[in-house]
Design a protein. Structure first.
Ligand code: SAM
Length: 326
């Protein structure tokens, strides 16, 4: 990967590869849940809320006919959102082989009923490390993309400066001028604030736990070393792997170096409060059932799940330059 990389030598590099592998193996090993297992998940409402947030981003920024690049696409949980937005073409990339296989199955339809109702857009799925590989070499026939999405995954690039730069270089190289980059990732301000509020090196509640190593015992994070700040994230029924703090102001500055300008950044709580005011999104929330109103025995997000959602933010960046004339 090109650019930067001023922190650590060969040993650090191979450590990073091991960490990336651990993340990939963790997600690869997570098998598809049955509908019943999903509904019984202790974080079912959080999952629904996350889906609502991603749907709002897609509905706000995707246009019919768009070419979509879904970085760290996982099992293809967003395919339906892109279908509803009537996009024209979809490329999904993920490091986890198991997830790409599941995504392929979901795209092709894994039941007779689904098979009859195919997605309306052609798709290409690729297994690759989005933060190490020069994706433009793979995707020269597919680019440029109108919109790039990286949901709940950008922070896996922040283990080294070189990886963070490769992630942004890929996005910038593949988006058309005026193209949009939408995403969600942990909110470093909230995570560091929570860490400093506790005596211990870990914090959490009944559904999540974040643990920092003793090397951060002073709870100081010098601006001169903004990459590779690792913590362990455990989220019941979802995640159990190393993650990296992404100081958002540095993410914004680095993105600017790659011609990606910030359009929007909102913590999930602010995002929910703002977009829930819009009738069409309030209606979608009702249909997804993330925030039941307690009537007719409808369950709703628990306080602990709501606390987890505060750990995340949504962002939108735009690639500099005028869109090509029609
Ligand atoms: N974007 C999907 C979604 O919102 O449902 C999946 C999110 S899941 C929390 C994080 C995903 O990031 C996993 O599928 C994982 O395999 C992927 N990932 C992590 N590091 C990656 C990398 N270096 N390159 C590509 N994908 C990566």
């Amino acid at each position: 990967p090109g650019g930067g990389g001023g922190y650590g030598g060969q040993q650090a590099y191979s450590e990073e590869r091991k960490s990336a592998r651990r993340v990939a193996d963790h997600y690869s090993a997570r098998s598809n849940q049955t509908l019943e297992e999903r509904e019984n998940s202790p974080i079912i409402h959080l999952k629904k809320l996350n889906n609502w947030i991603k749907s709002v981003l897609v509905q706000l920024y995707a246009r019919p006919g768009d070419c979509v690049l879904d970085l760290a696409c996982g099992k293809g949980g967003d395919l339906i959102k892109w279908d509803k937005a009537k996009v024209g073409y979809y490329v999904g990339v993920d490091i986890a082989e198991g997830s790409i296989k599941d995504c392929m199955t979901r795209y092709n339809g894994d039941t007779d009923q689904q098979r009859r109702k195919k997605f309306s857009f052609p798709a290409r799925l690729i297994c690759a490390d989005c933060y190490e590989t020069r994706l433009d070499e793979y995707l020269s026939d597919d680019a440029p993309f109108d919109i790039c999405s990286c949901q709940f995954a950008m922070h896996y690039s922040w283990s080294t400066e070189a990886r963070a730069r490769q992630a942004l270089a890929n996005i910038s190289a593949l988006l058309r001028p005026g193209g949009t980059f939408i995403g969600t990732m942990p909110d470093a301000n909230v995570i560091i604030k929570r860490l400093r509020e506790t005596e211990a090196m870990e914090f959490g509640n009944s559904v999540y736990c974040i643990t920092f190593g003793e090397e951060y015992a002073e709870k100081k994070f010098p601006a001169s070393r903004p990459f590779g700040i690792k913590y362990k994230f455990h989220l019941e029924d979802a995640v159990d792997c190393p993650e990296w703090v992404v100081p958002f102001h540095l993410f914004k500055l680095l993105a600017e170096e790659y011609d990606l300008e910030l359009v929007l950044m909102k913590n999930f709580h602010e995002f929910v409060n703002e977009y829930l005011q819009k009738p069409e999104f309030a209606d979608l929330m009702r249909r997804l059932g993330a925030l039941g109103d307690g009537r007719q025995g409808q369950s709703t997000l628990s306080q602990d799940e709501w606390e987890v959602s505060y750990l995340y933010l949504a962002f939108v960046l735009r690639k500099r330059g005028p869109p090509p004339s029609q």
